[in-house]
Design a protein around this ligand. Sequence first.
Ligand code: AMP
Length: 396
Amino acid sequence: MGNLRTIKDLGTLKGKKVLLRVDLNVPMQDGTVVDHSRILGIRETVSHLKSAGATIILMSHFGRPEGQPVIGLSLSQIVPALEQGLGAKVTFAGDALAKETKTKIKNSKDICLLENLRFYPGEEANDADFAKQLAALGDVYINDAFSSSHRAHASTLGIAHHLPSAAGLGLVKEIEALTTALENPRHPVAAVIGGAKISTKISVLQNLIVKMDHILIGGGMANTFLAAQGKRIGASLNEPDLESVATTIMENAVAANCKIHLPDEVSVAKHFNATDKAIGLPLDAVEDDDMILDIGPKAIEGFIKVLRRCKTVIWNGPLGAFEIKPFDRGTNQVAEAVGNFTKKGKMISVAGGGDTVAALYHANAKGNFTYVSTAGGAFLEWLEGKTLPGIAALML
Ligand code: AMP
């Protein structure tokens, strides 16, 4: 793992207080956690630290309280899900800056959890004093939150200046998976990129064209590429201002020997519902009031044909408006194929991004991918080739 400091570098942890930065920003509905992936993702580090005889102090953000306490965003509500996911008692230690918190931690035999770090303005400002006050609660710092590591905040960056620090086991695994797919992939390597808009993924595409052999583009963002090629896209989601950017990306891809694949056949509807749909239209049959909402059956076949030959696949973004049936078909079938190729040991597949996880889950393919990252922004920044501040802070 290159020169990333790992738990081993911290020496013995027996009797030490470990400040463990995790990402408990989990989706909730009616007071209940509806996706436990992030909690399950920290289990390995937590049980390692428990067996090592350390006291664990969990810290995380939750939602966007913007530097002040918001009752509905207290991390106390996560405690039952945490206890269930970790199979251990959790004490809610509360306010990181309160005097009694230190005593609570000292007297607790359980895993401790601090209150939402974004209740303090110092967190997002990476305030040096706040970082120092957090650091004073522990003896060492471990980051197991890849999904928060693109933020230069007190709990991801500042704190590492005050304590011996290292990457947790989950973070190491995540970086290894992403590095295998992006930096040292087995070729041919392809990226499947979808989602609503090209504007959020320009830097991703620019970085990927020099690393990938193939990029398969679907979703709303494919429309801007198709429009730039003079194809008919009717009333589809499009970013006309970015057609010239799309053209440049396609030209640069040719120069970089990366083949960009766009759908040549699509599924459309006149409205955002499935009553007036047409499945599998060639682009020149798209009418002015048609919205392209998915890649068509022949395009699905074409995408799978390319992916079948690949040894590594990176995936971000759905290939269509997957929330509305039958426009989930492209995402479902291509994800199912990638999952099956992976299961058969023919490829390594790594996916990430908020909507991507939901889309792969919907496609019933999530479990078959080699690695699915729950990170949204951090995953995209990694694909852009950026150095994430929280990871840089853990380098030797
Ligand atoms: P993103 O957050 O950029 O990954 O975009 C995900 C969203 O893009 C999902 O809500 C999809 O419904 C939407 N999307 C994907 N393809 C299309 C499309 N062809 N037209 C409109 N929305 C789409």
